[in-house]
Design a protein around this ligand. Sequence first.
Ligand code: APR
Length: 236
Amino acid sequence: MKKLVFLTGAGMSAESGISTFRDSGGLWEQYPVMQVASIEGYEANPELVINFYNDRRKQLLDVKPCEGHRLVASMEKDYDVTVVTQNVDNLHEKAGSSKVIHLHGELMKATSSINPNDSRCIVTLPEDNPVIRMGQKAADGSQLRPFIVWFGESVPMIEPAIEEVMKADIVVVIGTSLNVYPAAGLLSYVSRDCKIYLIDPADVRYDRSLGITHIKKGASEGMKELIAEHIPVRHE
Ligand code: APR
């Protein structure tokens, strides 16, 4: 089977009703990003940050995968698929994708404030009460915090993601402004004969020498065009 790697961002979940970060009306227009999404911000005011993610997590319980997520998952019938996502929602998994690498963490998980990547401290929050409270402890006795990679923190999943991109026959980028590194740097690891597609309604800045085919549509309509006109699938 050919290897197909998706690299997705906030635009992948826009049609599910989750706002992106840098579009007009995006999350970073409503909140000071460094106050709610950086390690300094968390250390300065853990309660404000914990409640910011409690609100985002509650919002997640009311949204469903869009057709784009479902079409991404359906590609597993014909390809060896890996989804590398910058998104912290679980919509790829809910749509049926079985191999998802989360570069920036997972909203439904929580971890240690001392060593966020200590696997013994990473827990999944209950869907019926997905909140973290001040005073709630991780297994190492530290304050339980969101399992999110904040600005200023390392991105431990970037190495496995690079491995996947290097082996890809096809890479499909969906819904990311390619603004944030190291995620945005993944395209520099594609092999010479890897075919790259970009699905995004906007003019995303990217390395023109990569010979990218830009499908200038939203995630769902773009995935339909990708399947109909660019990458063969044996059965619908
Ligand atoms: N379908 C596809 N793409 C869309 C859609 C849609 N319906 N709507 C918007 N987009 C595109 C926008 O044109 C833009 O290129 O999605 C992209 C969203 O870009 P950002 O808001 O910058 O989101 P993202 O690239 O995922 O941000 C990367 O930044 O703030 C950090 O950690 C956060 O993971 C996030 C990272």
